[in-house]
Design a protein around this ligand. Structure first.
Ligand code: ATP
Ligand code: MG
Length: 355
């Protein structure tokens, strides 16, 4: 692909692909290789100039955001191991929901791409759904890739030294630690092991995003305990709201404050008969972020193995995800001025709650 050559010479170049081939697979490979826009021939000169202007404006916007970002790491975001730019450990973000199917994996992956590509952060996504992880599917990764299961022998003996060998550099600019390839291998991953992995990842990444399962099993509890921020997702469905209320009660008993638990309403759609204000009234808390419902962009991208943030950067759903990424990145500055808030050890552990 063109970018492979161009980007090595001019890393800041934005590539607009033009081709007579409009097939989905060609489009997918172009986007993953870094194309910013894709035009299928024939197209009018107006379409061409409009696309170039749009891409140029977007790139300028992106460069200014990276320049303004305090811990910018630029286009080297997905390259090999190194400490975080600031020397501080990265932020651990658990993407959780007490109900399945509300968009955790979708948001985790696109959030990572947004933070890496637009905010210049070094980001790793860990698939914490050890039985039926979907992260690899959304990113079109071969299931034969290495996964956390390959780390198991080391995990039981302290520090996982070769962790970098098992983290995949994805062409979308992020790094990925996959879940085991088959469900029966999930039980090999222990809570202690998973904590060690997360702690090791945070030493070399600005952002560690963990896609969790919705069940309160031991490994999920370990991830929530270790997280600096728990993005707790819900949808405008009565079952999701009910479970959220229960989860918030548990979180409160544990001493998880509002700074740690952030509520993200996904698929916010005014036609569903429940308003955001109704949700907030029901759970007794404000929703921190909303992400619009956009089945067209999201499912289209899912079925092609391309994050929608890459294939439909202009869509409202992408803007919403970018806004959320900006808040997470900004939370580092806020939290570093309040070091105690970064240390979950001072709080009660979820394990303590279970015993
Ligand atoms: N903002 C959105 N707009 C439209 N569709 C969405 C949105 N977010 C997620 N979806 C769709 O909802 C479905 C569930 O998403 P996803 O698999 O990310 O959820 P999950 O919480 O990870 O589910 P699971 O419990 O299976 O792990 C998918 O078909 C996805 O494409
Ligand atoms: Mg999922």
């Amino acid at each position: 692909m063109a970018r492979l050559v161009i980007s090595s010479v001019v890393p800041t170049a934005a590539v607009v692909m033009m081709s007579v081939q409009g097939e989905a697979d060609y489009l997918r490979r172009s986007m993953l290789a870094g194309a910013r826009e894709f035009l299928v021939k024939p197209f009018s000169s107006d379409e061409l100039t409009a696309s170039i202007r749009q891409v140029s404006a977007r790139e300028r916007d992106k460069q200014s955001r990276i320049a303004a970002a305090p811990v910018a790491v630029g286009s080297a975001a997905a390259s090999g191991p190194r400490s975080t730019e600031s020397g501080e450990p990265g932020i651990i973000v658990a993407v959780f929901s007490p109900k399945g199917g509300v968009g955790r994996t979708t948001v985790a992956v696109n959030l990572a791409v947004a933070a890496a590509s637009e905010l210049g952060r070094k980001v790793v996504v860990m698939d914490g759904s050890f039985q039926f992880g979907d992260v690899g599917v959304l990113l079109n990764l071969n299931p034969k890739n290495k996964s956390i299961a390959d780390l198991v022998p080391e995990l039981e003996h302290g520090e996982p030294e070769s962790i970098e060998t098992f983290v995949i550099n994805h062409s979308a600019g992020i790094r990925v630690l996959l879940a085991p390839p088959s469900p029966e291998m999930a039980e090999l991953v222990t809570p202690t092991g998973v904590k060690r992995v997360i702690e090791a990842l945070r030493r070399t990444h600005d952002l560690v995003i963990v896609d969790c399962t919705s069940s309160f099993n031991d490994t999920t509890l370990a991830i929530l305990d270790a997280a600096d921020i728990v993005l707790t997702m819900l949808s405008l469905e009565i079952t999701s709201i009910k479970n959220m209320r229960l989860f918030l009660e548990v979180a409160e008993q544990l001493g998880y404050d509002d700074g740690k638990v952030k509520l993200v309403l996904n698929r916010a759609d005014s036609t569903l008969g429940i308003r955001v204000a109704d949700v907030e009234h029901s759970i007794g808390r404000r929703v921190d972020h909303t992400i619009v419902s956009d089945g067209r962009s999201v499912v289209y991208a899912l079925n092609r193995g391309v994050p929608f943030f890459l294939s439909n950067r202009e869509a409202q759903v992408s803007q919403d995800v970018l806004r959320l990424a900006g808040t997470l990145v900004g939370s580092r500055e806020a939290s570093s001025s309040d070091e105690s808030a970064r240390k979950p050890a001072a709080k009660k552990s979820l394990f303590a709650w279970r015993s």
